[in-house]
Design a protein around this ligand. Structure first.
Ligand SMILES: O=c1ccn([C@@H]2O[C@H](COP(=O)(O)OP(=O)(O)O[C@H]3O[C@H](CO)[C@@H](O)[C@H](O)[C@H]3O)[C@@H](O)[C@H]2O)c(=O)[nH]1
Length: 212
C-alpha cells in the first residue's frame, strides 16, 4: 500500500508548518539548565468501534518518522537508503484514526472530520465521547492529545475513507481477538502508545463483557 520508491534526508527548513525546534532555558533549584524541544501540533485520536460487525476500526499508513526511527535503531546509513535492506513496509503503522489540530474548530469537530475523512463514517459530534487528555513526547514535544470514543454502524458508512489530498491511508477493521493480540504481553508492533492505550481502555470499559 505504501508504494514508496525513494527515501532521503535533508535539513529542516525554518518555515516548516509542522515542526519548530527550540532550546528552552530555565533555572531549577538555582541551577541554569536548558532543554532542546520541538513545537508540534496538538492532536486528536478516536477509538472507533463498529457495533454492526464488532470490529475496531484502525488506520494503516507509511510513517516517515517510524521508518527513520527503525533505520536509526539499526544504525543504518541515511546517505543512500537501501530500500532492499530497509523496505518501506517496515515503516507502516497501525493506529487509531487521528488528526492534528491545525484549524480554529472545536477539537471534537476536528475528530468528527477525521473519522469521515480517514475512515468514511459520517457521525454527528454528539456521538463522539471524550475519553482522556494526555501529553505525548514528554522529552521532545509535550504535545497535547485528546482521545475520543465513538461507536459506529454500517449505516454510518458514507465513503471508503482513505484520507484527503495526497494522504494514503488504509482503513483496517480488526476483530476483538486481533486487537487483543496487539496489547498482549510480549507484543511488538509499530503502533504508537496512544493506540495501544486506547485499545486497553476499550477492553477495560466498552468491549462486550467489559466490567465498567
Ligand atoms: O511533516 C509533515 C507532517 C505532516 N504532514 C501532513 O499532515 C498530516 C497530518 O499530520 P500527522 O502529524 O501525521 O497527524 P496525524 O496523522 O493526525 O497524527 C497525530 O496522531 C498520531 C497518533 O495518535 C500521533 O502519533 C501524532 O503525533 C499526531 O500528530 C499528514 O497526513 C500529512 O498530510 C506533512 O505533510 N508533513
Amino acid at each position: 500500500m505504501e508504494n514508496v520508491s525513494k527515501i532521503w534526508l535533508g535539513p529542516l527548513p525554518e518555515d516548516s508548518p509542522y515542526v519548530k525546534p527550540f532550546r528552552l532555558y530555565y533555572v531549577q533549584n538555582g541551577v541554569e539548565k536548558n532543554w532542546d524541544l520541538l513545537k508540534v501540533h496538538d492532536s486528536v485520536a478516536i477509538i472507533l468501534y463498529n457495533t454492526s460487525r464488532q470490529k475496531l476500526v484502525l488506520v494503516r499508513q507509511f510513517r516517515p518518522a517510524v521508518y527513520h526511527g527503525i533505520i536509526s535503531s539499526a544504525q543504518g546509513n541515511f546517505d543512500k537508503v537501501d530500500l532492499k535492506e530497509f523496505p518501506p513496509a517496515i515503516g507502516v503503522t497501525l493506529e487509531l484514526c487521528a488528526g492534528i489540530v491545525d484549524k480554529s474548530k472545536s477539537w471534537v469537530e476536528i475528530a468528527r472530520e477525521e473519522v469521515v475523512e480517514e475512515c468514511g463514517y459520517d457521525v454527528p459530534v454528539e456521538r463522539i465521547e471524550e475519553v482522556m487528555v494526555y501529553r505525548s513526547g514528554v522529552g521532545s514535544s509535550g504535545a497535547k492529545q485528546t482521545m475520543y470514543y465513538c461507536e459506529v454502524t454500517d449505516a454510518d458508512k458514507a465513503t471508503s475513507g482513505g484520507g484527503v489530498d495526497d494522504e494514503i491511508i488504509e482503513v483496517v477493521e480488526l476483530s476483538l481477538e486481533e486487537a487483543k493480540r496487539m496489547i498482549q504481553q510480549g507484543a511488538v508492533n509499530n503502533s504508537p502508545p496512544s493506540c495501544l492505550m486506547g485499545l486497553m481502555w476499550f477492553f477495560a470499559n466498552r468491549a462486550p463483557g467489559a466490567k465498567a
